[in-house]
Design a protein around this ligand. Sequence first.
Ligand code: NAD
Length: 261
Amino acid sequence: MAITTDLSGKTAVITGSNSGIGLGIARELAKAGANVVLNSFTDRKEDHALAEEIADVCGVTARYIKADMSKGADCRALIEEAGACDILINNAGIQHVAPIPEFPAEKWDAIIAINLSSAFHTTAAALPMMRKAGWGRVINIASAHGLTASPYKSAYIAAKHGIVGLTKTTALETAEEPITANAICPGYVLTPLVEAQIPDQMKTHGMDRDTVVREVMLARQPSKEFATVEQMGGTAAFLCSDAAAQITGTTISVDGGWTAL
Ligand code: NAD
């Protein structure tokens, strides 16, 4: 059988995809021919415009569906409204940083809901569709913090370790079917949010851009380079390809060597 990444005719649902990594993955999957469903909790003109732009550039069907990934019913409704879900990318995520005694309980609940429980709900709704279609890919966006820890990020790290476990269970429950489940574990990725932090960090540390990026932001990333959203998209497209049909229940680190330390 020829090895291909032609995703024509497949529908990909990407949670949290009106910016950053989710949007980068949506663009790369659309370039490979997939129809895409973008999502976030807002319902702005700009959100729908992103879908229109992807449809124009890639010649695929692209839609934006509002759904709040902190609510289980919304997660399931997103998949139902999409109507098809051959490729599920669980990407929506938020962060909060504080020591455990001061960590606000409502932030803990929100991070566990959005970064972990949402993937349970979307996967539960999507697997029957994948089974009916006879093909499926579940790709969970975990983190280097799904495999290692840092202080002050208790909820995020618990959720990211949790989603690695959910990925393995999803893989085992689908192991004898043409469905795979894997997690991508990014290190530090240059998204608009990360880019926006650079000037503040330069001021705080009294360093130029290159030094603050190397010494402060990428202190734990041995390559001393950010990963890119296009690389996340390319890795997701690879996991959807025939070459990856036997890759299931595992993590792929795209972290410049972070987890090798
Ligand atoms: P981002 O803030 O640009 O993207 C997060 C996305 O989630 C946005 O589209 C946002 O609208 C959406 N979102 C947030 N709350 C939501 C909700 N309640 N319902 C629906 N959508 C919601 O950040 P990003 O860096 O692109 O992060 C994407 C994923 O990648 C996250 O899971 C994050 O933990 C993970 N990640 C990011 C990095 C990095 O360095 N940027 C590293 C490792 C892992």
